[in-house]
Design a protein around this ligand. Sequence first.
Ligand code: HEM
Length: 569
Amino acid sequence: MDQLPAASLAPDSPQGYANHLAGLIYTQTMEIIEGKATNVALLYLMILLIPIYGVYGVYQYRKSYIDLPYVGIRPGLFGSWKAGYYYLHNSADVVWEGYQKYAREGRAFVISTPKRWLVFLTDPDQIAELAMVADSKVGFYEALNMKNKHNRVAEPSLGDYINTYHVDVIKSQLTPRMASILPEIRQEGNVAWKDTLKLGPGWTKVGIWEVVIQVVSRSANRCFVGLPLCRNQELLDVFRAYAIRTNEVVYMVDLAPRMFQPLLEWVLLKRFRLPQRAMKILKPVFEERKRMREELGQERWDAEKPNDSITWIIDAAMKKDAHQQTNEQMSWRLIWLNFAAIHTTSMSTLHILYDLAANPEYIDPLREEIIATMDQHGGYTKEALNNMLKLDSCLRESQRWNCVVSIVISKLTMSDYTFKSGKVPLHLPKGTFVTAPATATHLSEEIYGPDAHIWKGFRFSEMREKMTNPEESSKLQAAATSKEYLAFSHGKHACTGRFFAIYQLKMLLIYCLLRFDIRLPLDRNGKRPDNRYILGRRSAEINGSLEFRERKEWNELKTRWGEFDEEED
Ligand code: HEM
């Protein structure tokens, strides 16, 4: 085998050592390629490569350091690793510490996470600017792909600006059709509650997460894939497993050295072939729908097409290139809608149920509002749901307290970027990760007043009831985002499904509150389960329980508006 000439240099100078090392690596690599490597040679190569990789990693990490006040462990010898490890276990505390120190002056601060420095903005004007700035300057999908590897663990076109048409499908098709979609989501939710929650006489203790995720997946998928597929348990399980596993895996993989990432992705995610299993179920449905589209012709198709995401995705894909029109590509959009919609809405449902069970004094006023508003509007119309200010307020308060995504608008500077707004000038070099601390902002006393740390279900409805300007009042709706209310993020990449999510949450809660009494198990002493922190991310306790009891009043209520359609069509 040819030797690198440099390897024969005596290692008596830094350059000599570098050449010597390069020669050794070359020799060992060639032996592996030529199949001559022994286990010892492989071990030797690993021993050589790992420290080099480590030193290179630390060099890269240090090079990207940003000159801003930092919070958490000080960078020193191994500081970045220690700090990163600390962040994994204490992310909420570290971010809160930084926010408390620097938010008053409106200064940004920086935290060391295992893989990169993260700049946190505290000035709401700078947060608004970040939310609105062009992606060509501070990129959204670039950050997502680098951190969460969506383009790699899923499908590359889910992480670009050209083919993410499913995002637009929600904005341009789903949201405008909300009034016609609501009855179906409501019906599916009600049937799913009935099918999933099996109660004995008196109070029954229920592992609530499983119930919630089932009710949310079924009712959302009534709109995404329609009947009967929204009750296909295998499909729902695959959608759910894919979302949960992908969410966990991308965080784990991000912690690993880059060269091991593809292997880890395969071991932890890809080998389960979850998308392929969903595609197998979805393929005949797409085929059938495309055939129907062709047979009907444009005019009849427009008049008669089923009102669900399968139709909207086909219509959108037909304006794209041939690759986007394949069943696989279109199935990816449904997998991704489930990814965005199910876990988030289920978490929010879990939080509000825990919040109401821990604050039971809110339940009767909510029931009174629901009944009075439905009496006034003749049932669960879109207008009735819009007019339930107390229910809306509890949802907004629950998300203020426990937003599902605790840091939002995570972006990456594509070139040096100087903020135009803010009390303190801020310049970020190219390649900086910058984000907004949603949870910390929501707990700010400067913004939400001295009771920011108290769960006040009617905080927003009390404010809205005093307002005379409907436009001002609508800014405090649960689905409205602002630079100070970030549960659905804000700006260009705010959640496009938030209107759908809030209507869905309201309908699930209405059924639950009118039909059941709920309470925390007595041994919780009125305290809701604490949140969990996994790899720096926050989640409601999914192993928690609630107790449910059938209400006597249900017998009268279920026929009062003639539409608690619990039975299948
Ligand atoms: C309560 C439930 C939900 C919460 C809390 C939530 C929260 C969020 C947040 C925080 C983001 C921005 C992510 C970021 O900044 O990195 C987001 C984006 C998104 N959400 Fe939601 N979401 C919810 C429900 C839904 C539903 C039901 C859908 C679909 C119908 C949906 C579709 C999306 C999409 C497509 C995006 C990406 C927007 C883009 O790429 O520009 N979400 N969501």
